[in-house]
Design a protein around this ligand. Structure first.
Ligand code: PPS
Length: 273
């Protein structure tokens, strides 16, 4: 996040030390975006409300006819800049490493991701109708949802977690101990921030505050793209909500599938509230 180099027209153009954050969808991208934007604006909350989050932190691979693509937005955003992406590790453009970008990855437990994703598929019109929750669970387990297999996504990035310029975080840890997790982020970014400012950032980025903040809650998106009457983008923001949606049979089926696909991995998630 310290580069002053100008961009070129290529994907992820050339400036050094940019800051990216990678997440499987519905894993806390917007939350992390808001935290990082606040950190890079020294906790100045007026500046953080200068524009909607999707303009403050452009979405690299976003391309919708009629509006600026993520790459076009990034080309217009002066460096240093924050970049949002959901790309899995194997699709990481080589320039990210070559240019020494810092990457923060946040993972969230699969069961809460699938429920959040199910509601998002209903409200975000870029997606097809997800059908019933049972059908969507099956599609998710089969990796037939946007961005493919959750398992490959979280494990792929987990394998890289020791790399110097990667910070791997968990949504559930951020819920449990936001102060501690923000300290990890600050250390990773080599930022020193007064406790008072950290407290301000945490208040500003709490679920309650973000839900009512029009620059964070996506309510400024045209309803043709996101219909909040079907489900708000800032829906519940909790850990363990899956238990309000899965039947016992669905949970057993999901657990069996999960165990097969996570076998041999030391990556563990908190699933319960
Ligand atoms: S997206 O569309 O993939 O970029 O969505 P993403 O932002 O990754 O994830 C959306 C879920 O994150 C929840 N969220 C939060 N949880 C806790 N605290 C804060 N501040 C916060 N901000 C967003 C959001 O409510 C979605 O989760 P669900 O479970 O659907 O509520």
């Amino acid at each position: 996040m310290t580069s002053r180099t100008k961009t070129t027209g290529s994907l992820l153009p050339g400036d050094r030390n940019k800051n990216k954050h990678f997440l499987h969808p519905k894993s806390g991208t917007t939350w992390l975006s808001e935290i990082l934007d606040a950190i890079y604006h020294d906790g100045n909350l007026e500046k953080c409300q200068r524009d909607a989050i999707y303009n403050r932190v452009p979405f690299l691979e976003m391309k919708i006819p009629g509006i600026l693509s993520g790459v076009e937005q990034l080309e217009k955003t002066p460096s240093p800049r924050l970049v949002k992406t959901h790309l899995p590790v194997h699709l990481l453009p080589a320039s990210f490493q070559e240019k020494d970008c810092k990457v923060i990855y946040m993972a969230r437990n699969a069961k809460d991701v699938v429920v959040s994703y199910y509601y998002f598929y209903q409200m975000a019109k870029i997606h097809p109708d997800p059908g019933t929750l049972s059908e969507f669970l099956q599609a998710f387990m089969d990796g037939k949802v946007a961005y493919g297999s959750w398992y490959k996504h979280v494990k792929g990035w987990w394998e890289k977690r020791h790399e110097k310029r990667l910070l791997y975080l968990f949504y559930e840890d951020m819920k449990k101990d936001p102060w501690g997790e923000v300290q990890k982020i600050l250390q990773f970014l080599d930022k020193e921030v007064a406790d008072e400012m950290v407290a301000r950032i945490l208040h500003h980025t709490s679920f309650k505050e973000m839900k009512k903040n029009p620059t964070s809650n996506y309510e400024t998106m045209p309803t043709t793209l996101m219909d909040h009457s079907l489900s708000p983008f800032m829906r519940k923001g909790m850990c363990g909500d899956w238990a309000n949606h899965f039947t016992v049979a669905q949970n057993e089926c999901f657990d069996r599938h999960y165990q097969q696909h996570m076998a041999g991995s030391d990556l563990c998630f908190q699933m319960e509230a």
